[in-house]
Write a protein that binds this ligand. Structure first.
Ligand SMILES: *Cc1c(COP(=O)(O)O)cnc(C)c1O
Length: 211
């Protein structure tokens, strides 16, 4: 619906069902309803569920904050990581990615509303981090992720998301080849899609309110 309202092809937008805090049974039900891509934020919880769901060829996306001591589990169990915000994390994921697996798809998380409390790199620092990640052979830099500060003001939402889109354009003009904009959650997906999101991360609107 949001894609059509924004004059965009729904097939150009990947829905990530954010299954954090949901039991494996809820993920099975989502799978039976056609959902193939899941997002998780807590490493140990996610790995426990992934181990219970090996019969389901789900594409797993890690979207939460990353501590250095958790990178190995992430590198071993996930297909994508959206929340890279420093080189040390990228280097560890690169070194710990098993050689038999395809490169880990990664996004740099940017702190688009420049709040001290939010994770992600500032826009001014993204070029340097992107250039360094591009050199890591077991990572594939796909794009940018952002979680703007919550606001009910749709114009403000659109401005934040557009700034992410412009940052990707600026990087691509320098020779990067970034195809991904991971932005938009249950409350702001419409404006994210209007601004060019390629991946929306939706929890509540699929699974209901988290306990
Ligand atoms: C929890 C979470 C979501 C989903 O949020 P909803 O409001 O439930 O749609 C999306 N992205 C990230 C990074 C999250 O942690």
């Amino acid at each position: 619906m949001a894609a059509l309202a924004a004059n965009r092809d729904p097939a150009s937008i990947q829905l990530i069902a954010v299954s954090k805090t949901r039991p494996a049974s809820a993920i099975r039900t989502a799978w039976e309803n056609g959902i193939r891509v899941m997002g998780e934020s807590y490493v140990q919880e996610a790995v426990d569920k992934i181990s219970q769901l090996t019969d389901y060829p789900i594409e797993w996306h890690f979207i939460g904050p990353i501590q250095t001591n958790k990178t190995r589990l992430i590198a071993e169990h996930f297909d994508w990581v959206h929340s890279i915000d420093r080189l040390k994390i990228a280097q560890r994921l690169n070194d710990q990615r098993q050689k038999g697996l395809p490169p880990l798809n990664v996004c740099i998380q940017i702190n688009i509303s420049a709040e001290a409390s939010k994770s992600g790199v500032y826009v001014d620092d993204v070029d340097e981090l992107a250039a360094a990640i591009k050199e890591l052979p077991h990572l594939q830099l796909r794009g940018l992720m952002a979680i703007p500060s919550r606001t009910p003001d749709r114009n403000e939402q659109h401005q934040f998301f557009s700034a992410v889109t412009e940052t990707r354009q600026r990087l691509n003009n320098q020779g990067f080849n970034l195809d991904t904009l991971s932005m938009g959650m249950s409350d702001d997906l419409e404006m994210a899609i209007r601004a060019g999101a390629t991946h929306v991360r939706i929890g509540t609107a699929i699974f209901g309110v988290r306990a």
